[in-house]
Design a protein around this ligand. Structure first.
Ligand code: UDP
Ligand code: MG
Length: 197
């Protein structure tokens, strides 16, 4: 992590809204490190010597939220091991407990620049995840896990987005469009943030 206070953009939206796809494109074209909380958890769980694997895998399959101490530590380590100053934190914070844990660990250490909200029709999200599930090998891209993930999103994550909206931090993007159109909208948001530096 650079010596300057790093800039963080939280990237939120339903399962299958396109957070990971768009973040990967941003990281290719712009000077951001893409940190997916979900990927970090999957990588941790896949380590043969991980003591947390079982607990994490249960949450993944059930679409429930891993205790924040675990997720936050993985994010903090990933930030420390990066030489970037700008971070896209994809799929976090997902509930109020995530926000509390993050604030406890990171308060004053980073600048939260905005929340990129990929707003996507639920039916479109379901179709995308089931399509992805054919090849992703993810244990949660199936109808039953997806149903639970959507409940978690509606009950726990939407209130987080609404809270950030009240703080004027949310940049909403219509994520039902095709990848290129969404990416154009993402780029306008990112340039508006740069010009407000
Ligand atoms: N997850 C979590 N905390 C996080 C991010 C992810 O507990 O901060 C877990 C949760 O069980 C979630 C799963 O990881 O359902 C997959 O998240 P991911 O963001 O990879 O899925 P996406 O929303 O991108 O489809
Ligand atoms: Mg993702």
């Amino acid at each position: 992590m650079a010596s300057k206070k790093p800039n963080v953009i939280f990237v939120l939206g339903g399962p299958g809204a396109g957070k990971g796809t768009q973040c990967a494109r941003i990281a290719e074209t712009d000077d951001y490190a893409h940190l997916s909380a979900g990927e970090l958890l999957r990588d941790e769980a896949a380590k043969p010597d991980s003591t947390l694997g079982k607990e994490i895998n249960e949450h993944l399959k059930n679409g429930s939220i891993v205790p924040v101490a675990i997720t936050c530590k993985l994010l903090e380590n990933a930030m420390q091991n990066s030489d970037k100053e700008n971070f896209l934190i994809d799929g976090f914070p997902r509930n109020q407990d995530n926000i509390n844990g993050w604030q406890k660990a990171m308060d004053g250490k980073v600048n939260i620049r905005c929340v990129l909200f990929f707003d996507c029709d639920e039916q479109v999200c379901v179709i995308r995840c089931l399509e992805r599930g054919k090849a992703s090998g993810r244990t949660d891209d199936n109808t039953e896990s997806l149903r639970k993930r959507i409940i978690t999103y509606n009950e726990s994550t939407l209130p987080v987005i609404q809270m950030y909206e009240k703080a004027n931090l949310v940049k909403r993007i219509d994520a039902s469009n095709d990848v290129d159109t969404v990416f154009q909208d993402v780029q306008s948001v990112l340039s508006s943030i740069k010009s407000s530096n």
